[in-house]
Every structure is written in C-alpha cells, then in structure tokens.
Design a binder for this molecule. Structure first.
Ligand code: ATP
Length: 319
C-alpha cells in the first residue's frame, strides 16, 4: 500500500485532530503517503484533497475541532455520488481510507468498502452513542466540559437556593447526561432511555430541601424533554424558582482531555496498522482498556446501551 486517505465526517469532536495526527504519522513512519480529504464526504466528491506531511499535523494534538474540517453530504448517499467518490479515490491512487466520525459516516465507509475501497472507521463523536466501544473520541472532553460548567453553576445555585436544570447534548442517548451527572453529584439525571414523571422529579427536590439541601441540580439530556417546559412544570408543582441553562455547542469544543488524546492516538495508529494488513470494513473500538475491531455492518443493527450500573448508582447517591 503506497497511499491512504483520511477524513473527518459528521459532527466534530475534540480529539479528532489527535487521531488525524496519529494516522498521518503512523502511515509516514511505515513509508505510506497520506492525503487529507477536507470537509468529509463533501470534499471527497469535490476533490478537496491535500497531501499531508509530518509537519502538517504538528501543533494540533491539543486543539479541538478538526483541521480537515467536517461536513454532511446528501449527494454522497446517492448512487451517482457514491460512484463519483469511488472514482475520485481511485484517480488519486488512494488504496485505503480512514473515516473518523459517527454512525452515519460509518454507513458511508461501509458503502465504499463494498465497492472495493478498503476502509477503517474510528469512532469520533461526543455523544458516545456508538456500540462496540466503551468510549468514542470526544466524549470524555465533553463530559469534563459539562462538569466544569456545573461546578460554576453550583456556586450560584447554593447561594440562591435554587433548582437548576442543565440541558446537555444527547438527542437519542443519555451518555453525556449520565456520566456528567454522576461526576457533578446531580440530584436528578433525565435521559431519553429512562421514562420519568414530573411528580418523581419534584418529590426528589422536596425531600432534598427537607433534609437541608441548599440547591438541586438536574442534568437533562436534550432528547429527554424540553428544559423550559420541565422548569415551568416544576415551578407550578413545588412553587420554587427554577433556572434553565442550555450548554449547547460549547460542549463540542475545547482542548481534548489527555484521555481523548491517548484514545485518538491509539485508534489512529491501529487504523493504519489494519489497512497495511489488508483489513477493511471494520471499526476500531476500545473495550475494557483494549483496542478491538468490529465489522462496520454489526454496528448499524446494534444499540449502545446506557450504563445501567452507573444509572442505578446515580439514584442511590442522590438519596
Ligand atoms: P454524528 O454522530 O456526529 O452526527 P455521523 O457520522 O453520524 O456523526 P451523519 O450526518 O449521520 O453524522 O453522517 C455524516 C455523513 O455520512 C452524511 O452527511 C453522509 O454523507 C454520510 N452518510 C450518512 N448515512 C449514510 C448512508 N446510509 N450511506 C452512505 N453515506 C451516508
């Protein structure tokens, strides 16, 4: 194998740059040229390629976002788009492709693999909603960002004796809410995977106040309900002021944690190793401290379960 490509696709995540760096440096170390494809599959169709050198990935390991940029492309999903993408890859002499992204990006990677382009997926999304890996790149940083924000909110929550509802990212999954909720000592964690009633939420707040708590922190995954509506209902039931904070896109940015940088570096190095060994149509995961390899197809029919043990522990600790 003489030349490979690397792209980032879907939502950006802190640590993607560390993964790009690892792919580029591992490949060059092994005598393989690397082309960076800018703006994901959109760039693949537009021929937006750049040859990567050792220096091109210098000074990026600590930066959030992705130097290759990212995008979503509807055209790529069409038959014509897919054919154009395969042609562009072949014309450039790219013999293997590393795709850093989420579930949708992997579907694209699998389509390419089925058309004869060797591909390896690296899970990069703050949502951590990809099965067959304990962590995806960016999740740890996002959780730490939420924790930092909540630390600050706690100060004012305590001073004013208020209930705060903090909405975090996670339209279909509550991983960020659960992990940050546990790390923040939130009284209540609301996630899409677990039904809840406003009555239960209010009962918990009231029992906390009765035993002398000065504030109540509710961490809400965005897919588990509308924060403002929930806040209004709580106010109606218990008559106490609630405040809503939507953390939004600030969870996507920032310098990646050491954990994310190490994870990204390991996965980037492994992706190159796999391509050089003729492996294709797989995703690299990190399970119980070890890198594992899973068929991309298996990922599409599986769901990443919420960490039940952690969820139950969160309820116990919020007594
Ligand atoms: P995130 O989880 O951050 O949203 P993602 O990789 O799931 O990341 P998507 O927008 O779902 O993000 O997918 C990124 C791109 O992958 C799409 O814009 C499209 O070009 C390609 N893609 C998505 N689904 C498919 C599919 N079924 N077949 C081919 N390509 C796809």
């Amino acid at each position: 194998m003489k030349r490979i490509g690397v792209l980032t696709s879907g939502g950006d995540a802190p640590g993607m740059n560390a993964a790009i760096r690892a792919v580029v440096r591992s490949a060059i170390y092994n005598g393989v040229e690397v082309y960076g494809i800018r703006k994901g599959y959109a760039g693949l169709l537009a021929g937006d390629f750049i040859e990567m050198s050792l220096g091109s990935v210098g000074d990026i390991i600590h930066r959030g976002g992705t130097i290759l940029r990212t995008a979503r492309s509807e055209e790529f999903k069409t038959k014509e788009g897919m054919e154009k993408a395969v042609n562009n890859i072949k014309q450039l002499g790219i013999e293997g492709l590393v795709v850093i992204g989420g579930d949708g990006s992997f579907r694209g990677a699998a389509e390419l693999a089925n058309r004869g382009i060797p591909t390896i997926g690296i899970p990069g999304t703050i949502d951590n909603d990809i099965p067959f890996t304990d962590y995806s790149i960016g999740f740890d940083t996002a959780v730490n960002t939420v924790v930092e924000a909540v630390n600050k909110i706690r100060d004012t929550a305590t001073s004013h004796e208020r209930t705060f509802i903090i909405e975090v990212m996670g339209r279909e999954s509550g991983h960020i809410a659960l992990y940050s909720g546990v790390a923040c000592g939130a009284e209540t964690i609301l996630v899409p995977e677990k039904p809840y009633t406003i009555k239960n939420v209010c009962d918990k707040i009231m029992s906390g106040y009765k035993r002398g708590k000065l504030h109540s922190i509710i961490i809400l995954a965005e897919g588990a309900g509308n924060a403002f509506e929930i806040g209004q209902k709580i106010k109606e039931v218990i008559g106490l002021e609630t405040r809503v904070i939507v953390l939004g896109h600030l969870q996507r940015g920032g310098t990646p944690t050491a954990f994310d940088r190490i994870l990204a570096s390991q996965m980037g190095g492994k992706a190159v190793e796999l391509l050089l060994n003729g492996v294709s149509n797989k995703m690299i995961g990190w399970v119980k401290g070890e890198l594992i390899v899973t068929d991309l197809e298996k990922i599409f029919s599986a769901q990443k379960p919420l960490n039940e043990e952690l969820y139950n522990l969160a309820s116990v600790l919020a007594i």
